[in-house]
Ligand binder design. Structure first.
Ligand code: MG
Length: 415
């Protein structure tokens, strides 16, 4: 088990190992959770920081780049609760329709696995809905360990001294805590192997496991341990819910502002591309692609917001396939990259600096083009322009400059 620094960001090293199999997450949300109090309904639908507990939990998986799809297993009575809980997530393409669970946790997990069977994923992560504070690193570690193990369990070493008590409430013995761990979820498995184990367990009426690692043990599948998350606790009691509210108050929105700059030289020609719009002009702009400085600066701003290199790294000018390419390809790529990293683009601002052509008459077409390519509403896209007062290389008409900022909201992160 390796110790890593806990942050909310996926391991950067993951980028080097590209997708090794399709991985789905099953979120078990069919329980009644009566220990958390019955008067306010099942705990997975209680609101925490303005969002249902289940929506927080699902977001952690929906926003993780290594998770290809998420299915929630819900109680037959909870369809309406589920619909209103998940409404805050919007139209998320990775979220599958929910399926109905059974009378026990084991039956509910089995229902979720059977619902995924037709999709034939390579891997599955099984997670409790009542663990909304699961962090991206714990998801990354459990998923990564599946490359070399069939079953993976995130755990925390037990730090309290353990006592065994007797029926009279007296200490009987002190238990050696060496090699003792507290089990968490997500528990991660090779999909066909855990599905087969669940099928075998379902055929027996004397088996009712409270987690899937125990079922794997029963089926003689070796379970590999990885480090869990310190905050990844399970909300069980009324006190846990109050503690979760307190923890939520300590979270701040993770808002990123990325900045980009680009310039291209004016050369002979009869048109320029600026912010996705073709304008007739007395000159052209030199560049390997269509030389759209506005979209290049904006692509860099988006990549900067998620600390994901720059346009030159992803689209090297030395690569002949980008010769004459339309720059909307670059912007669409960066926007998708932001979304895959779990970000939502909330605002884009581009400034063009040139003596000519005049930008004002074309501003709204440029905003519409960016809105279309980056897939956000036009009223969140600003385009403005200024001359350089005939000073310097821009003032002499030797080139055009663009500056851009992009604002991206990544969800919540600990202070
Ligand atoms: Mg450029």
């Amino acid at each position: 088990m390796s110790r890593t620094t806990a942050t909310n960001q996926p391991d950067q090293t993951e980028k080097q190992t590209e997708d090794q199999g399709v991985c789905y997450a099953v979120i078990v949300a069919a329980g009644r959770g009566e220990r958390a109090g019955v008067e306010n309904g099942p705990k997975q639908y209680r609101r925490l920081g303005g969002k249902a507990v289940l929506a927080h939990t699902a977001s952690a998986f929906l926003n993780h780049p290594k998770i290809d799809g998420v299915i929630c297993v819900i109680h037959a009575d909870d369809g309406d609760l589920y619909t209103s809980a998940m409404a805050s997530l919007g139209d998320h393409g990775k979220l599958l329709p929910p399926c109905t669970g059974g009378a026990t946790r084991q039956q509910s997990v089995f229902a979720g696995l059977k619902a995924l069977e037709a999709l034939a994923p390579d891997h599955v992560l099984i997670h409790d809905a009542a663990r909304p504070f699961v962090d991206a690193n714990t998801v990354s570690r459990t998923r990564a360990a599946l490359d070399t193990h069939a079953a993976v369990l995130p755990v925390l070493a037990v730090t309290d001294t353990l006592k065994r008590g007797d029926a009279e409430g007296r200490v009987e013995a002190t238990v050696d805590r060496t090699n003792l761990f507290a089990a968490q979820t997500p528990q991660a498995f090779n999909f066909p192997i855990i599905l087969d184990a669940h099928k075998a367990a379902a055929a027996r009426d004397d088996i009712n496991f409270t987690d899937d690692a125990a079922l794997a043990e029963w089926a003689y599948i070796p379970v590999h341990l990885v480090e869990g998350g310190a905050r990844n606790t399970k909300l069980t009691t009324v006190a846990d819910m109050s503690e979760a509210e307190r923890l939520m108050d300590t979270m701040v929105p993770d808002i990123r502002v990325g900045h980009g700059y680009d310039t291209h030289q004016q050369v002979s020609g009869d048109h320029v591309w600026l912010c996705g719009v073709r304008l007739d002009h007395t000159h052209g702009l030199s560049g390997h692609s269509d030389a759209d400085v506005g979209l290049h600066a904006l692509t860099d701003a988006l990549l900067s917001a998620i600390c994901d290199g720059d346009i030159g790294e992803h689209f090297p000018p030395s690569d002949p396939q980008w010769k004459g390419a339309r720059s909307d390809t670059f912007l669409r790529f960066a926007s998708e990259r932001v979304r895959r990293a779990g970000g939502t683009i909330t605002h884009i601002d581009v400034t063009l600096i040139c003596e000519a052509p005049k930008i004002g008459p074309h501003r709204d077409r440029m905003r519409a083009a960016i809105s279309d390519i980056a897939d956000l509403p036009t009223d969140r896209v600003a385009v403005k322009a200024t001359t350089n007062e005939q000073i310097g290389f821009v003032g002499r008409g030797e080139g055009i400059v663009a500056l851009a900022t992009a604002t991206v909201v990544m969800g919540h992160q600990a202070k």
